[in-house]
Write a protein that binds this ligand. Structure first.
Ligand code: C2E
Ligand code: CA
Length: 638
């Protein structure tokens, strides 16, 4: 360009010189017009063309200057691009059309633990598992066709650690053709781990690590679909720990938590691997038995679970016993969807609670009447203390030597506005489950003490026995304080009050139970151990617990005529109780024949329908008035 410019300047110089020489030589003018054209027009044209060339060449100079600037800009842009490539926080690499690596950034090198010299030898097959190779190739081929691609892949790095990557392929275009592919690999391992943790938290119970209710429902849905295809049955077992609240209250929440973890583990171990154990919440677990052919399989599993849980747990140096109540529903017999199956299993579990706990029951639809009654009772239990719906009935206890009424047992009744009198056997379990039991027991204690005071004022110095449920025994507010306050309120002597407890209070912490009982005895109150001969009954309780009286359960008395074993048991218990100086009450005496047989045992008191059913205070007033002990005296005379 510069050369052309110089030539033009020389030519211009020659032309102008030539014209000047000519003018100097021909100052007389042109001979003809042709000469004029030759001497003037042509040089003029040359000058014009030279002038234009000059300008053009000037433009060229300008262009030359411009391209230098562009070159500079290009270099900067190249550097910027290199920086983007080189210092990108993700691994960036470029591939040739043959799939071999051409270039890679620092992150790629650090991720692959390579240096630049070894980069050329790098083979993707060394990190990509064979199973994922097809996916990688498919995306690479698509990128070579000019379309960006995105995929995720799990790889094993050089140290054998699993990594999770997202890979983006971007085609490299040059002159409208793809001549390579850029790859950007992002390490998602951390993200996936967090995602996994969040998922685990959303679907598992944080305490036991077992699937939670939500997850269980989805597993159940899945299992139902499989069972339908394979023509199999499945079972949902709803399991609730009896008296768990007492364990929490006596041994502390952290022991309670540890126990729940241990129960979860024992449940999982009790079941075959393909079955599922989940925590429903609180002290409730749900089990799913899959691929069932016969109902016997379900029963066997339920019995195995019962048996395994009955072995005591050793938690923080405490021997802790739990018993479960298990309700069972079966697919497809009871329902064909997860929610109804769980609802039915829950109902079946409540039936076990009603019927004495520590067992299992398979769902049976209740007849309409029964179902409605149950719904009404469950719904209204919270209002039991409103509008004088509660009543206390009294059942006399008869002294076997004098035949006189020695005392009464206070037994609560619920006078439901729509259903009439409801037995405590029906609503006490619900009151316990809903926590209403605390207020209910307080009310009974208050009423019993008020009535006792009235009888004492009338000259009937009888004893009053009040039932205390395990929950109330372990309630946060001290039972002895409450009892003391009530006795104080009515100014009755504490010697006339008998607190009836069951062995359930002692199964998990004998020491606490003993302390609480001693506290009560310190007030002057007597303690009776109720329902002896049922449940966990152990003769050792008689020696360990500070009690004054033992009440032998109706179930033992019932069998006395028919089972020689019952006679032997009764005989042993009575002998032992007498040796320990405990007073003995025989419960559930219904018939004269029973009474005749029971008179052979050295008991102190008897209670049962034979003498009187539990009756309202007004009737008890009359009975106290009229009682001559005639029935017993008649028998004594036999
Ligand atoms: P329990 O303490 O064993 O009370 C004796 C139960 O046996 C009473 O049933 C009574 O009516 C019944 N009974 C008495 N004699 C006979 C008989 O000769 N034959 C038959 N078949 N039954 C007889 P009830 O009143 O239905 O009470 C059931 C249970 O409810 C009681 O059993 C007691 O555990 C509980 N309960 C009753 N009142 C209260 C209360 O105020 N608080 C608490 N926590 N529980 C209560
Ligand atoms: Ca009782």
């Amino acid at each position: 360009m510069v050369f052309k410019k110089n030539v033009l300047i020389v030519l211009l110089f020659i032309t102008i010189s030539y014209m000047l020489v000519f003018l100097w030589k021909h100052d007389s003018g042109f001979t003809n017009s042709l000469e004029g054209i030759i001497y003037f027009i042509l040089p003029l044209l040359s000058i014009i063309s030279l002038h234009q060339s000059w300008y053009r060449s000037k433009d060229n100079v300008k262009l030359t200057l411009l391209s230098k600037q562009q070159e500079q800009e290009l270099a900067i842009s190249e550097q910027r691009y290199r920086s983007l490539f080189q210092y990108h926080t993700d691994a960036v690499f470029s591939l040739g059309l043959d799939g071999n690596i051409i270039d890679a950034n620092t992150k790629f090198l650090s991720m692959t633990e390579l240096n630049e010299t070894k980069l050329r030898d790098f083979k993707f097959s060394t990190v990509i598992p064979p199973m994922s190779m097809a996916k990688v190739l498919r995306n690479f081929i698509a990128a070579k066709k000019g379309k960006s691609q995105y995929y995720e892949i799990a790889i094993k790095d050089w140290n054998g650690n699993h990594k999770y990557l997202s890979v983006t392929y971007i085609p490299i275009f040059a002159e409208d053709k793809v001549n390579g592919v850029f790859g950007i690999a992002k390490d998602l391992t951390q993200l996936k781990e967090t995602e996994k943790k969040i998922n685990h938290l959303a679907y598992h119970d944080p305490l036991t690590g077992l699937p939670n209710r939500r997850y269980f429902e989805s597993l159940l849905d899945q299992a139902i679909a499989e069972a339908e295809v394979n023509n199999k049955m499945l079972a949902v077992l709803f399991l609730d720990l009896d008296h768990f609240k007492i364990i929490n209250d006596t041994l502390g929440h952290s022991t309670g938590d540890d126990l729940l973890v241990a129960v979860g583990q024992r449940l999982s171990q009790s079941l075959a691997n393909d079955h599922i154990t989940a925590r429903h919440g609180g002290d409730e677990f749900i089990l799913l038995l899959k691929s069932i052919d016969h109902i016997e399989q379900v029963i066997n599993n339920a019995e195995k679970v019962l048996g395994n849980l009955q072995q005591p747990f050793l938690i923080n140096n405490h021997r802790v016993s739990v018993t479960p109540s298990i309700g069972i529903s079966i697919y497809p017999e009871d329902a064909n969807n997860s929610q109804t199956l769980m609802k039915h299993a829950d109902k079946a579990m409540y039936r076990v609670k009603y019927q004495g706990k520590n067992h299992y029951s398979i769902y049976k639809p209740l007849s309409d009447g029964k179902a409605l009654r149950k719904v009404a009772i469950s719904k209204d239990i919270h209002t039991v203390l409103e509008d004088n719906q509660l009543e206390v009935h009294y059942q006399p206890q008869i002294c076997t030597t004098t035949g006189l009424i020695y005392g009464v047992e206070a037994l609560v009744r619920w006078n439901h506005p729509g259903l009439g009198l409801i037995s405590p056997a029906e609503f006490i379990p619900l009151a316990e489950a809903t926590g209403v039991i605390f207020a209910l027991n307080d009310w009974v204690l208050d009423k019993a003490c008020a009535d006792l005071k009235k009888w004492h004022e009338q000259g009937y110095f009888i004893y009053m026995a009040v039932n205390v449920s395990p929950q109330q025994f372990y309630s946060e507010e001290s039972l002895s304080e409450k009892v003391n306050k009530t006795l104080d309120k009515y100014q009755v002597s504490s010697n006339y009050l008998v607190i009836e407890i069951t062995e359930a209070i002692a199964i998990n912490n004998m020491d606490i139970a003993i302390n609480k009982l001693i506290e009560l005895q310190g007030l002057g109150v007597q303690i009776a151990l109720d329902d002896f001969g049922t449940g966990y009954s152990s003769l050792s309780y008689l020696t360990q617990l500070p009690i004054d009286t033992i009440k032998i359960a109706r179930e033992v008395i019932d069998d006395i005529g028919s089972r020689s074993a019952s006679k032997a048991i009764l005989s042993a218990v009575v002998t032992m109780a007498n040796d320990l100086n405990l007073k003995i009450v025989l419960e559930g005496v219904e018939k004269e024949e029973q009474l005749r047989q029971l008179m052979h045992f050295r008991s102190h008191y008897m209670q049962g329908y034979y003498f009187s059913r539990p009756i309202p205070k007004s009737e008890m007033d009359l009975l106290l008035d009229e009682w001559s002990g005639s029935r017993l005296l008649k028998v004594l005379a036999l």
